[in-house]
Design a protein around this ligand. Structure first.
Ligand SMILES: [Zn+2]
Length: 318
């Protein structure tokens, strides 16, 4: 298949600010996407009231806890949490370089999907920086297993996701989403799928001081009698697996580069996505770093991308 993205690095054309609440803290939070130079990657900057700040490159080596969401950093006083829906939007739109400034410890949850971030970024506009983008091309299968769950990368001439979930709740049951990932398919088929949870879990989390911002405004909630509590119902009949796929896109974006290959998972989640990415990146024989051939760098088949000799420091090994 043809890679549905330009072979060049991009950033956003202008700053754009969004306000919302953190799903875990329940506190108001404001973020600003700022344009960045080629080679910057995605960098989150947490701003503190005293004028100090801390920066994290959005790469897997910076990932802390992955129990409830994906977090950059390891200390709650300094980390940036719940980055996955922002990362998914940036990845799907092909934004290689951007600074994400945040005045709190987590991204705003907005409506629980990636769609508000897509809208904001498209409103800002996307610019081509004229420097070639590097891709990670999977060249041999890498698989991890954890009980009944598994995830694997396979070589593929394009970027593809095959995500399957299997819940004992009949409301969810067994669902699968599979498709080639382009900005268009992401926007149309995945971006509006919301976070979901069970009422009994939400009540337990609230009691423990988590998920304080979680509500029907930003989550699909399933009641104890296995029905959807939200009066508006579902946005897609299989919204649950679509959200899991959206999460996987965001988690794999922490490779620090677009990948060429197929990612498959069964009963996965943030932890499994993070561990699968680590397994891939820790096996140098399983992937190669490629870029578009210089002669025709605009739209080419993934198989025509050429390996690059790896520089000393690449963002994804930071
Ligand atoms: Zn999510």
């Amino acid at each position: 298949m043809t890679i549905g993205l330009l072979g060049f690095q991009t950033t956003i054309a202008a700053p754009v600010t969004m306000k919302g609440i953190g799903v875990h803290s329940g506190a108001p939070v404001s973020i600003t996407f700022q344009p960045a130079e080629a080679g910057t990657g995605v960098v989150f900057t947490r701003l503190f009231e005293d004028g100090s700040s801390v920066e994290y490159r959005a790469v897997s080596s910076q990932v802390g806890p992955t129990d409830l969401c994906t977090v950059l950093g390891s200390s709650p006083a300094k980390w940036v949490a719940t980055i996955e829906h922002v990362m998914a939007a940036l990845y799907a739109l092909g934004i290689d370089n951007v600074m994400v400034e945040v005045d709190g410890g987590e991204m705003p949850i907005m409506d629980g999907s990636s769609y508000p971030f897509i809208e904001a970024i498209e409103q800002a506009g996307i610019v081509n920086l004229g420097i070639k983008r590097r891709y990670i091309r999977v060249v041999k299968p890498v698989r991890i297993d954890s009980g009944a769950s598994w995830a694997e990368f396979r070589p593929y001439d394009g970027t593809r996701f095959e995500v399957e979930i299997d819940f004992s709740s009949p409301m969810i049951g067994r669902q699968k989403w599979e498709g080639n990932l382009t900005a268009e398919t992401f926007k149309r088929e995945l971006s509006r799928a919301r976070t979901f949870g069970f009422m009994r879990d939400v009540e337990r989390l609230w009691a423990a001081g988590y998920a304080l911002g979680s509500s029907l405004e930003n989550s699909v909630v399933i009641s104890d009698d296995d029905t959807v509590v939200n009066v508006e119902g579902l946005r897609y009949t299989d919204e649950f697996v679509r959200h899991k796929t959206l999460d996987a896109v965001g988690d794999l974006a922490l490779a620090g580069a677009q990948f060429i290959g197929c990612y498959r998972s069964y009963r996965g989640g943030h932890k499994m996505n993070a561990n699968a990415l680590k397994a891939l990146m820790s096996d140098p024989t399983a992937y190669e770093v490629v870029e578009a051939p210089s002669s025709r760098a605009a739209r080419v088949r993934a198989g025509e991308f050429v390996p690059v000799s790896m520089p000393e420091l690449t963002p994804w090994f930071a």
